[in-house]
Ligand binder design. Structure first.
Ligand code: A2P
Length: 315
């Protein structure tokens, strides 16, 4: 298994199990299957609504001796309605209670967007907090407090652009270790990757397979398919593997971590085994040419008329 060593010497396993969209009644089994298959990294978030079931599965896995706590990496994320200073640590503590853990390996600010505390998903301007009302640096200071207190062994961010990272880094005491963003051959984010490499920030890629199981309301018309992409299929054919495995192996070839979601035992195993696939220079050149800055999860749902976020990626 491949690991990335962070600035603080913590070792992030390169392939993790994604749990976004994993249904109740399925996610716990998926976690157990993944740990049995060799995964040592589980990616969670409060807003996925399934951390309690993940926690039950982890408890079972520890009790059955499948893994020990110190051998696995558990990530979770602070939801947008808990950015205010007095809400950050309580939100982390709730996640720890749900996961039945006493520390996280990594805690991330899920989006650079703040909602009012009683709002689950802001759709109107008055449901957001402005950057003046909830400055991201104040949220980060609480993340640092969680880090210093040992509740999170590493801290980072998610969905941050280069500009947003720069703004945070100027005032941060502990620099972010990880930025988790959407990443796949149709959205290669080369500038962001270079910036993160230069600043020793590891990128974790989400939606690596194109997130085909998102709710229809979240999908755009005629979304391109990654799994059925002709170039990816040809490369998979050459390696006698699946398209999903090519997509996952591509991350490892670029030094990014990756969190494919599956609740299917065969696919969970197959995805993990991608680390055995070595893409050739010619494969990588073909994939490099696929970039078209296409986002499946584009964050425009936060760009509400009259709201504080004109463009959450760059401003
Ligand atoms: P399932 O959970 O039934 O396996 P992403 O990680 O980009 O969000 O993509 C998740 C989607 O990809 C889910 O619909 C998941 O379905 C599917 N998926 C996961 N692994 C594979 C695989 N190896 N082959 C095909 N589809 C997969």
């Amino acid at each position: 298994m491949k690991f990335y060593t962070l600035k603080n010497e913590q070792k992030l396993p390169a392939i993790g199990l994604g749990t976004w969209k994993s249904a109740p009644g399925e996610v716990g089994k998926a976690v157990i299957e993944a740990l049995k298959a060799g995964y040592r990294h589980i990616d969670c978030a409060a807003t996925y609504g399934n951390e309690a079931e993940v926690g039950e599965a982890l408890k079972t896995a520890f009790a059955q001796g499948i893994v020990e706590r110190q051998d696995i990496w558990v990530t979770s994320k602070l939801w947008n309605n808990a950015h205010e200073s007095d809400k950050v640590i309580p939100a982390l503590e709730k996640t720890l209670t749900d996961l039945q853990l006493n520390y996280l390996d990594l805690y991330l600010i899920h989006w650079p967007v703040a909602f009012k505390a009683d709002v689950n998903f802001a759709t109107k301007a008055n449901e957001f907090l402005t950057p003046d009302e909830a400055p991201i640096i104040d949220t980060w200071k609480k993340m640092e407090e969680a880090y210093e207190g040992g509740l999170a062994k590493s801290i980072g961010v998610s969905n941050f652009s280069i500009q947003k990272l720069k703004d945070l880094m100027v005032d941060a005491t502990h620099q972010p270790e990880v930025n988790q963003v959407e990443l796949h051959p149709l959205l290669q984010q080369n500038e962001l990757l270079e910036f993160c490499n230069n600043n020793s920030i590891i990128i974790t890629g989400y939606s690596p397979l194109g997130s085909g199981d998102r709710a229809t309301s979240m999908k755009k018309d005629n979304e391109p398919s990654l799994l059925n992409n002709k170039i990816i299929k040809e490369i998979a054919n050459d390696h006698n593997c699946t398209s999903a495995q090519v997509l996952i192996a591509w991350h490892l070839s670029r030094g990014t971590a990756v969190i494919p979601k599956s609740t299917n035992p065969q696919r969970i195993k197959q995805n993990y085994e991608s680390y055995e696939i070595e893409l050739t220079d010619s494969d990588l050149e073909k994939i490099a040419a696929m970039d078209k800055n296409y986002r499946y999860v584009d964050g425009t749902f936060f760009e509400v008329a009259g709201g504080p976020y004109k463009n959450i990626y760059d401003e």
